[in-house]
Ligand binder design. Structure first.
Ligand code: ATP
Ligand code: HMH
Length: 287
């Protein structure tokens, strides 16, 4: 028998194609050495071509899953993916307060010598749409992510489309990325990661981490693949896994960045559309 590994929780929707959503989250957590638990928010009918159906889980059932996991199994960190509706976001905000998940990875606590975290770090990935542009969040719900989840977040991880929806800034270069990071940080997360994957014209991918004072730039060559389905989910989940293993935020993001770059490099075609980033290099086939 092995020791119990660190645990992490994803609060997210299911992708039947097994590329994005909670399926991507669990794979990334496993590949990063962490036992992943789930609170399912929605079932999507999805493949490599897009999303053709969505069935929401009742908000009470989402909250009950979070409660069941945290009170019995215990988690070192949690993250959100597709939250679908304002009602589910409200239920998640209430239940994370109830069970003691939220913020965490507090730089001020570190400076005070109070340890790296005052509670279970909460990573909020403000998922708004699928890769093909189908909505994964009700139109009135981004306000609830901003108002109810960002103040509880240790880290927010918007892509550039989500940045535009959240703070109305179009990121085109380093200066506008910094401007966006400041506007997002003012909404409450301890750290913000502005992801540059969507700046498709650029030969480099730059993700910018900001804590209100310091910035960390994670830069790498843009890998030549169309198969980046689930990249954002995998990055947030790898960060959540690293936080569950006890890393401080900048180190957790750095470790997730190393992971996602390898996963993008190992992405593969699937179906007739967009394939997933892959963690398969990190697991041993059973012999
Ligand atoms: N072609 C690429 N080469 C290298 N890194 C990439 C590439 N595309 C995306 N990434 C990395 O993948 C992560 C996700 O980035 P992106 O900005 O695409 O987020 P996202 O839109 O939330 O992802 P998705 O919707 O595909 O799940 C970032 O760390 C980004 O730097
Ligand atoms: C269920 C689900 N969550 C998140 C995304 C975004 O990657 C997706 N396409 N599907």
């Amino acid at each position: 028998m092995a020791d119990t590994p660190p645990r992490a929780l994803t609060i997210a929707g299911s992708d039947s194609g097994g590329a994005a959503g909670l399926e991507a989250d669990l794979r990334a957590m496993t590949a990063c050495g962490v036992h992943g638990c789930v609170a399912v928010t929605a079932v999507t009918v999805q493949n490599s071509l897009g999303v053709t159906g969505v069935h929401l889980v009742p908000p009470d059932t989402v909250a009950a899953q979070v409660r069941a996991v945290v009170t019995d199994i215990g988690v070192g960190a949690a993250k959100t993916g597709m939250l679908a509706s304002r009602e589910i976001i409200d239920a998640v905000a209430d239940v994370v307060d109830e069970v003691g998940v939220g913020r965490g990875a507090d730089p001020d606590a570190e400076r005070r010598g109070a340890g790296p975290s005052t509670s279970v770090p909460f990573v909020v990935d403000p998922v708004a749409a699928s890769m093909a542009g189908e909505p994964l969040l009700a139109e009135d719900a981004m306000e609830a992510i901003r108002g109810r989840l960002f103040p509880r977040a240790a880290l927010a991880t918007p892509n550039l489309d989500e940045v535009r929806l959240l703070v109305g800034i179009t990121v085109t270069d380093a200066a506008t990325a910094r401007e966006a990071a400041e506007a997002l940080h003012a909404l409450g997360p301890r750290y913000v990661l502005v992801k540059g994957g969507h700046l498709r014209g650029s030969p480099e991918v730059v993700d910018l981490l900001f804590d209100g004072e310091r910035t960390w730039e994670f830069t790498g060559p843009r890998i030549d693949t169309p198969h980046v389905h689930g990249a954002g989910d995998a990055l947030a989940s790898a960060t959540c896994a690293a936080l569950a293993r006890g890393l401080a935020m900048p180190d957790a993001v750095a470790s997730a960045e190393r992971y996602i770059r390898r996963a993008v490099a190992e992405s593969y075609p699937l179906g007739a559309g967009v394939g997933p980033v892959s963690p398969l290099w990190a697991v041993q086939p059973h012999r």
